[in-house]
Design a protein. Structure first.
Length: 239
């Protein structure tokens, strides 16, 4: 996968060279590159923003430096060109899965008060990290890249660890334990030490339902529960 980021602050992407993201680059699983669109500044002072027509607070990023940079990098015809903007659709695990199948992702990071509206004519997706406003688009872009890249084959060492994790099926992951078995009187559930795989599976499934009901009941409205899971949910509510 090729990942390009249009940004005024490429130095903010130093974390991309660490941990799994750095390893993915070293193993040539992804090609990551930042592009400072200040290269196409409109004057000798390096300006890429201007006052909004009609008045208003703050400065807007101009359309011309951004589009000029897009034309320079020449995204593939099927590339997803993503505008990172607070007014966009909230990012989700399902979106990460969709993006993970793309051959190229191009992110446009914002600053100041926002973008000239005409920038939107050149993008395929408008996405936010959530219903709040940050000072820049670089931080959410790194989060979105991380969530997407870890879904690529071979990026995560144990592929099975992705299958049952939280939000894959709109359910939170079941509680997990490791040594010591007894920590200050708090014990690991006996069933996890029983060696009875089907009972463990059922316990984990039911506890995932319980955890979701307690912490994120809104997710259960989206989850497509099996008959067995519907039974567990009923039992939990009756307890």
């Amino acid at each position: 996968m090729k990942i390009d980021v249009l940004t005024l602050f490429p130095e903010m992407f130093a974390p991309m060279n660490s941990s799994l993201m750095g390893q993915a680059q070293e193993r040539h699983l992804i090609q990551f590159q930042t592009h400072n669109f200040r290269e196409f500044a409109v004057n000798k002072h390096g300006h890429v923003d201007d006052y909004p027509y009609g008045g208003g607070a703050g400065m807007l990023l101009r359309v011309d430096p951004i589009v000029n940079m897009l034309e320079k990098i020449q995204p593939q015809a099927d590339a997803k060109i993503i505008l990172v903007d607070p007014t966009g659709v909230p990012f989700s695990q399902q979106m990460a899965h969709e993006w993970a199948s793309a051959s190229q992702l191009v992110f446009i990071c914002g600053h100041y008060e926002g973008f000239d509206e005409r920038v939107r004519d050149y993008v395929t997706d408008e996405v936010s990290l959530g219903d709040y406003v940050l000072t820049n688009g670089e931080l959410p872009t790194m989060v979105m890249i991380d969530a997407t890249v870890r879904l690529l084959p071979e990026v995560v060492g144990n592929a099975e660890s992705i299958v049952d994790e939280s939000h894959q099926r709109h359910l939170l992951e079941h509680p997990q334990y490791t040594r010591p078995r007894d920590f200050r009187g708090k014990m690991v559930p006996d069933i996890l030490l029983s060696g009875h795989h089907d009972n463990i599976r059922k316990w984990q499934g039911k506890e995932a339902i319980r955890k979701t009901l307690e912490r994120r009941p809104d997710l259960l409205q989206k989850a497509q529960l099996t008959d067995e899971e519907q039974k567990w949910l009923k039992e939990i509510k009756e307890e």
